[in-house]
Write a protein that binds this ligand. Structure first.
Ligand code: SF4
Length: 363
């Protein structure tokens, strides 16, 4: 398939691996921020191809995983309000909150509907004028523009029954928080491709400039990931730190200005809670005052109850890069994709799910 097969060619992968092996004189700890990269690394056996001197660490780049239980509890509580239809992407349904999940709430009678886009949610609002339709806005800069566009559309339509629970997160501020914590020492960072398609590569420059850590923005095919490792090692060997784009087919330094304009027309930065990282300033998005009438938190009264964390789950540590899924005593026994205890086992970008599906005893 054009634009995919050429990024999976085994002879090119072998050549890149050989070059990486020749390069890696010293040890290097590289973080892949994005859960999509974690899946690519695990699925394609990239860990096993790399020399042992290269330590690949997963980061907090899974929007489902980093959604704090307190916020998920809000969504579940909202869904319990009579006449409310909660719409969500499917990956949030099975995530356990403090006492329940959206899937369990749906089984108990809450009107929760899986949608594939915000257009579906808007259509449900149009078809059900007597109901209040709430879209659960979970995602990074990749999805926030589409949700902003749905609010602009709802405004144009004069929709009075469409709301968004905005749990969106911004990625650069959380990387700063992670680096400032000093918990994890990194020699290089693989920056997320899809997020960077929107924000560009420039918002990552502070990592190279202020922390001296080389960065490469890359895509999700095996050759993309191997090339990004090679590019990072090249910078490390030369003692340089900059931001390079290895994903030129998707990312420009300036990003997608139209998407950013739509996002910031509707949203403005605010503090946000991240699972495992706590509250990070300016790392979330809230609706601007002009759009307050679409804000589900302002429109409804609800009590999500006290927040409880799943006992024994170390998702928070995994998202900070200080533990791996195999450090969790529940991994693969009590916690599996069929019966997940924490979000990292649910999400299609979760580290635990990636290790469960594609890991082996040689990890
Ligand atoms: Fe949490 Fe399950 Fe991962 Fe353990 S294996 S950290 S319980 S999601």
């Amino acid at each position: 398939m054009k634009f995919i097969d050429e990024y999976r060619r085994s002879e090119l992968a072998s050549a890149l691996v050989a070059r990486i092996r020749r390069r890696s004189a010293g040890s290097a700890r590289l973080m892949e921020f994005c859960g999509g990269h974690t899946f690519s690394i695990m699925k394609n056996g990239i860990r096993q191809l790399l020399p042992p001197s290269i330590d690949m660490v997963s980061g907090p780049g899974c929007p489902v995983c980093v959604t704090d239980n307190a916020d998920l509890d809000k969504a579940i509580a909202l869904a319990g309000i009579p006449n409310v239809v909660l719409t969500t992407f499917g990956d949030m349904l099975k995530v356990p909150g403090s006492r329940s999940s959206l899937q369990e709430a749906k089984a108990e009678g809450a009107d929760i509907r899986m949608v594939y886009s915000t257009l579906d949610a808007l259509q449900i609002a149009r078809e059900n004028p007597s109901k209040s339709v709430v879209f659960l806005g979970v995602g990074f800069e990749t999805t926030a523009p589409t949700i902003a566009a749905s609010i602009l559309q709802a405004e144009r339509d004069g929709a009075g029954n469409y709301y968004v629970l905005s749990l969106h997160k911004l990625c650069p501020p959380v990387i700063r928080a992670l680096l400032d914590s000093g918990e994890v020492k990194l020699h290089g960072l693989i920056c997320p491709g899809h997020v960077s398609a929107v924000i560009g590569s420039r918002p990552w420059e502070f990592i190279a400039d202020e922390y001296g850590i080389p960065c490469v923005v890359t895509g999700f095919e095996p050759l993309d990931v191997l090339q990004s490792v090679d590019m990072l090692l090249d910078q490390i060997e030369k003692g340089e730190s900059g931001v390079e784009i290895g994903y030129r087919r998707g990312v420009r330094p300036e990003g997608n200005q139209r998407a950013l304009d739509v996002m910031y027309e509707v949203f403005e930065p605010c503090s946000a809670r991240w699972r495992g990282l706590g509250t990070v300033a300016d790392s979330g998005l809230k609706l601007r005052s002009r759009f307050e009438r679409f804000d589900a938190e302002a429109a409804f009264e609800f009590d999500p109850g006290p927040t409880l964390e799943p006992e024994g789950c170390v998702c928070g540590d995994i998202l900070r890069g200080v533990k791996t899924p195999r450090d969790c005593r529940l991994f693969g026994s009590v916690c599996t994709p069929a019966d997940p205890v924490g979000p990292c086992m649910v999400s299609s970008e979760g580290s635990c799910a990636a290790h469960y599906l594609y890991g082996d005893s040689g990890e």
